[in-house]
Design a binder for this molecule. Structure first.
Ligand code: SF4
Ligand code: SF4
Length: 462
């Protein structure tokens, strides 16, 4: 069995055996009898962090284990004097790693933040879920010391350029179809561990996090006038599986890791608070150009259905000239956590499926395995609701209506999409310039080198 303690783990000395975590684990990876300390079956775990969100058992100063607090903090990657609560289910902290990168004078630091961060981080300051703070987020990251404050959403737009081209190519050349999205690392890991015979259906696109990282160390390094080894590439994510994805050995397009460190939303908030940076009091600032300019299509990647909607906006526009950004694509419910749509793409009827929550994907995968799939493209998000409900998001305290809070975070992203002047990825002028000046064309030689990978049954390199 591989060792995942470096990303998600349960501290047996703190665990009460309540098994709340087992109720939310999408792959039944939590093992143990009720009332006994639990452990994680790492051969099944997809590192989604849902167990971390659910766990409410933490070390109090009156517990016997409190004597070991410095050692426990060290094991979790925290400073010896870190004051955060130590919960039984937890993820590895990368705060020290990011602090070291920021204080390295030889490095030019570049940061990206995922769409779902800007609709939840204000909760760490007592504001309501769905409070949008993109401008304050950019300002806060700048105060923290990052040299370039870029955005994962720019890379989400690039993902759409590559993924919609790949889809059209697969349709024209006969497959393999249906194609599956590959931007959620929990979903990719599930495919690699539980359905390895179907991994050829995954798009070869790297996730937006990894595309951004690869571009920071090549295009960004060229803009900064340095080599890839001089760039410190940091990502702020709503997701614990992103820490694991960044460490996949094949994610090194320039010969060094595309992404050097990943912070969750809660980790970024802790870093800001330690430096007395009040995000909510920050002025609204812009993200840096060119890799901080983004469209509304990229914004909705953070909510279930968003990747599919964004891909269809571009695929329909490119093949039919119709702009569906305003009207949207009509999806209808088709079972627990499943929505379907049928649209015209490239003169053909095109069937799309959106799946929210890993557990809901299994029947559709059985159909693919049996050659009975009645769809062409499937989006799956591991966490129910999408990245807005990721394992690196702020904990929703007992008593908070979880479904309502997730809906509000999702609503924040859809509001942001509607208020942006550009709402389709292929219209993002920084993306157009990236292809003109650097990449050439989607699926071209350089795109393949930097932005695509091969997913297989290697479980992310372990
Ligand atoms: S990280 Fe996700 S898959 Fe792994 S044990 Fe926790 S809930 Fe289950
Ligand atoms: S890890 Fe947390 S949620 Fe899971 S059984 Fe232990 S105390 Fe309960």
């Amino acid at each position: 069995m591989e060792n995942l303690t470096q990303v998600v783990a349960i501290d047996q000395a703190v665990c009460t055996g309540c098994r709340r975590c087992a109720e939310v684990c999408p792959v039944d990876a939590i093992i143990g009898a009720e009332g006994q300390p639990q452990s994680i079956d790492t051969s099944k775990c997809v590192i989604c962090g849902q167990c971390v969100l659910a766990c409410s058992a933490f070390v109090s100063p009156f517990d016997d284990v409190a004597e070991n607090l410095p050692a426990m903090r060290k094991e979790r990657g925290l400073d010896a004097d870190d004051q955060s609560l130590l919960f039984a289910a937890h993820f590895r902290s990368d705060i020290k790693r990011v602090s070291a990168l920021l204080s390295d004078p030889a490095k030019k630091s570049m940061v990206q933040c995922a769409p779902a961060v800007r609709t939840s981080i204000a909760e760490e300051y007592g504001l309501a879920p769905g409070t949008l703070t993109p401008g304050q987020l950019a300002a806060s990251l700048r105060r923290l010391g990052f040299d370039a404050v870029y955005d994962t959403i720019f890379a989400a737009d690039v993902t759409i350029m590559e993924e919609s081209s790949e889809l059209l190519q697969r349709i024209e050349s006969g497959g393999p179809l249906p194609m599956f999205t590959s931007c959620c690392p929990g979903w990719v890991r599930y495919m690699e561990t539980a359905w390895p015979d179907l991994t050829e259906h995954l798009s070869s696109c790297k996730s937006p996090q990894q595309m951004a990282g690869a571009l920071f160390k090549t295009y960004g390094a060229e803009i900064a006038g340095v080599g890839p080894e001089s760039i410190a590439s940091v990502a702020v994510m709503p997701c614990t599986a992103k820490k694991h994805e960044a460490a996949r050995p094949e994610m090194q397009a320039s010969g060094v890791p595309d992404v050097d460190a990943v912070l969750t939303v809660t980790e970024l908030a802790a870093m800001l608070k330690a430096k007395n940076i009040d995000l909510t009091a920050m002025p609204e600032e812009e993200f840096d150009v060119p890799m901080g300019l983004y469209s509304g299509a990229g914004v909705i990647f953070g909510a279930t259905g968003g990747v599919m909607e964004a891909a269809l906006r571009t695929a329909i526009a490119v093949t039919t000239g119709k702009d569906v950004s305003e009207s949207g694509v009509k999806f209808f419910p088709a079972g627990e956590g499943i929505h379907r749509a049928s649209v015209d793409v490239a003169g053909k009827n095109f069937r799309a499926v959106v799946v929210s929550g890993l557990a809901n994907a299994a029947p559709l995968l059985e159909d693919v395995r049996a050659g009975k799939a009645d769809f062409d493209f499937m989006e799956v998000m591991c966490c129910p609701g999408g990245c807005v409900a990721g394992g690196g998001q702020p904990k929703l305290l007992p008593g908070v209506d979880r479904a309502d809070a997730i809906a509000k975070r999702r609503g924040g992203l859809h509001r942001h999409d509607k208020e942006l002047p550009v709402r389709a990825s292929h219209k993002n002028e920084s993306v157009v310039a990236l292809y003109e000046k650097y990449l050439g064309e989607p699926l071209g030689h350089r795109s393949h080198e930097l932005l695509h990978t091969h997913y297989g049954d290697k479980c992310g390199g372990h």
